[in-house]
Write a protein that binds this ligand. Structure first.
Ligand SMILES: Nc1nc2c(ncn2[C@@H]2O[C@H](COP(=O)(O)OP(=O)(O)OP(=O)(O)O)[C@@H](O)[C@H]2O)c(=O)[nH]1
Ligand SMILES: [Mg+2]
Length: 329
């Protein structure tokens, strides 16, 4: 049975209305049971209208210029290629530092003020899984609203890069111009995940440093076994201030998409991501239902005392509660 509120929201969403997109994202981020049902209905509707975008993940150390780059690149795509650009962010550190969100508001001001862009500030709080879950679904909603380039910013902390890698078509690592002879603490694993490595801030007095750094990375990637079949990690330089290099970068992305589409890797990658996403949600859903079961709550509270007193080993206690749950009549 269809829900009239969701019908209207869906119609507004596919007409490209950005406030409907905002409301849709808020709905799918909600934890309330009532909203979860409506969100599911909305997402199901969107399956037919989503998928037509290039999903680009952007990572790099704090201060490398991710937000400035996204602002410049997004602006360039809108101006030069008539694109509609959505920006989503995963920033698990924002609750600790409190700084990123404020900074992003000013650094992405150009983009945020364009009617062809949609910028969703970093969600704060919550576990990474939860944040990432919302982001994955937000991509679909942005696509349903007609955005054809989705940029997802994440900061180089813990699991967030892996989470983003698993929801994008192309993963971009931004690098700071440096001495050129060290890896700036960029973990090898992150380099291996990158499809394109971009040395940012290639302008003014930093330009020669940037060239040196790019040369160094171009050599280093020669020793890396690429993650994707049929694609060699590409190293480039840009300036997010002057716009130098953005055109070449976009051409590279187009070449990446064309190649992957032609040999079927593009769709294969998305299908694998959907599979893993299904597994993730399945585990979360099972865990949530088991945790909230009255039976488990009662059994667990009965075991608390003996565990505290050292009469039952915690592992045995946990197994007993689980056995009772699965074997109950
Ligand atoms: N010269 C120059 N400076 C840049 C460039 N890109 C960014 N910056 C500067 O680098 C600093 C950090 O930029 P941000 O865009 O906030 O970096 P970020 O990676 O988003 O930082 P976090 O979100 O805190 O991780 C700012 O002072 C920018 O003005 C560039 O291409 N050239
Ligand atoms: Mg930033």
């Amino acid at each position: 049975m269809s829900n009239p509120t969701i019908d209207q929201l869906y119609q507004d969403l596919i007409s490209g209305d950005r406030s409907a997109l905002s409301r849709s994202i808020t709905l799918i981020e909600s934890k309330s049971d009532k909203h979860i049902a409506s969100a599911g209905e909305l997402l199901n509707r969107c399956l037919n209208t989503s998928g037509n975008s290039i999903r680009i993940g952007i990572t790099g150390s704090p201060g490398v210029g991710k937000s400035t780059f996204i602002n410049a690149f997004g602006h360039y795509l809108i101006q030069q290629h008539n694109k509609r650009v959505a920006v989503l962010a995963i920033d698990p550190s924002s609750t600790l530092t409190g700084g990123s969100i404020l900074g992003d508001k000013t650094r992405m001001a150009d983009l945020a003020s364009s009617e062809h862009a949609f910028v969703r500030p970093s969600p704060s709080g919550g576990d990474l899984g939860g944040v990432a879950a919302g982001t994955r679904e937000s991509i679909l909603l942005c696509e349903a609203a007609g955005f054809d380039v989705i940029l997802i910013e994440t900061v180089g902390v813990g699991q967030s890069e892996i989470a983003v890698y698993d929801m994008v078509d192309l993963f971009l690592l931004l690098i700071q111009p440096g001495s050129g002879d060290d890896l700036q603490g960029i973990k090898r694993g992150i380099m291996e995940m990158a499809d394109v490595i971009v040395v940012n801030k290639s302008d003014g007095s930093l330009e020669s440093n940037a060239k040196e750094t790019a040369g160094f990375y171009a050599q280093a990637v020669g020793f890396i076994h690429p993650q994707r079949p049929n694609w060699k990690i590409d190293v480039q330089r840009v300036s997010s201030v002057t716009g130098e290099g953005l055109e070449k970068l976009w051409q590279t992305m187009v070449r990446f998409e064309d190649g992957q589409q032609q040999n079927g890797d593009w769709q294969a990658n998305r299908s694998r991501q959907n599979q893993r996403w299904f597994q993730y949600h399945l585990e979360q859903e099972l865990l949530r239902r088991i945790r909230t079961s009255e039976h488990v709550k009662n059994q667990a509270s009965e075991m608390e005392k003996p565990v505290e007193m050292g009469e039952v080993h915690p592992l045995m206690a946990a197994r007993k509660v689980a056995d009772d749950f699965f074997n109950r009549g």
